[in-house]
Design a protein around this ligand. Structure first.
Ligand code: ADP
Ligand code: MG
Length: 224
């Protein structure tokens, strides 16, 4: 699914450079749900921007399903992203002045995506079907993240990138959100990369990685 070959990424810093990756090799098979534990300020956003083709300046290769991202023009990359990658963010990134239904349908209709669920079905699964016609600005944080989960799983995404999905939530909503991601992954078997600084959240995925020496190293769950 995702193959990263000899990836080098650095940013200028003062007189020199900061290396985020200096030769990363990594393979993620289709259908896996992994977490990467990452202290903030160390390259979390950089990795997600590289995987989603927003940051296109690197050495080495990133392939999604055998397609090298570097072979795509910027326009093709934007289309590829819209058709293949879904997101869940810490701060939800919903459109506040649209309803729950509109937030979910907008992206599916815009990119003519194939669905896993009807909008009613997915809202039932995440437990907020009664809010379908509610404007997002009237939702709590926990409810908003459930809409974002519905939006991410409603269509046949190849890759789901989750960036600190529980970062803005209290303990009980954190549990609800993680239970839903685990449950939906079991149903859909999509490929998920979840980035978090929270060991308890990471443990709920199938495999856990940490960043060490600009590389990704698997951590056994009993070592967390
Ligand atoms: P995180 O998301 O984990 O907080 P980032 O990926 O945003 O971290 O950044 C990782 C490191 O790279 C930081 O030291 C940051 O200062 C640096 N960095 C990120 N983007 C840029 C940029 N466009 N130019 C220079 N340095 C950057
Ligand atoms: Mg960041």
């Amino acid at each position: 699914m995702i193959t990263i070959e000899k990836l080098k990424k650095r940013f200028p810093a003062g007189e020199g450079y900061v290396d985020i990756f200096s030769g990363l090799d990594f393979h993620l098979p289709e259908g896996w749900f992994i977490s990467v534990i990452w202290p903030s300020g160390s390259g979390k956003s950089t990795l997600l921007n590289l995987l989603s083709g927003i940051d296109r300046s690197y050495e080495g290769d990133i392939l999604l399903d055998g397609d090298s991202l570097s072979d795509l023009s910027d326009t093709q990359m934007t289309q590829f992203r819209g058709k293949n990658i879904s997101y869940i963010f810490q701060n939800f990134k919903l459109i506040e002045n649209l309803t729950v239904r509109e937030n979910i349908d907008l992206i599916v209709d815009l990119n003519k995506l194939e669905r896993n669920f009807s909008t009613e079905e997915i809202l039932q699964i995440v437990g907020i079907e009664s809010k379908i016609d509610t404007y997002v600005y009237n939702l709590s944080g926990g409810e908003s993240q459930r809409v974002a989960i519905a939006r991410a799983f409603v269509w046949k995404t190849k890759l789901l990138l989750a960036d600190e999905p529980t970062g803005a939530l209290d303990a009980s909503n954190k549990q609800i959100v993680m239970d839903l991601i685990v449950k939906l992954h079991k149903k859909i078997k999509n490929t998920i990369v979840l980035i978090t600084h929270d060991d308890e959240v990471a443990k709920l995925s199938e495999k856990v990685y940490k960043v060490a020496n600009t590389s990704l190293v698997e951590v056994p769950k009993n070592k967390l």
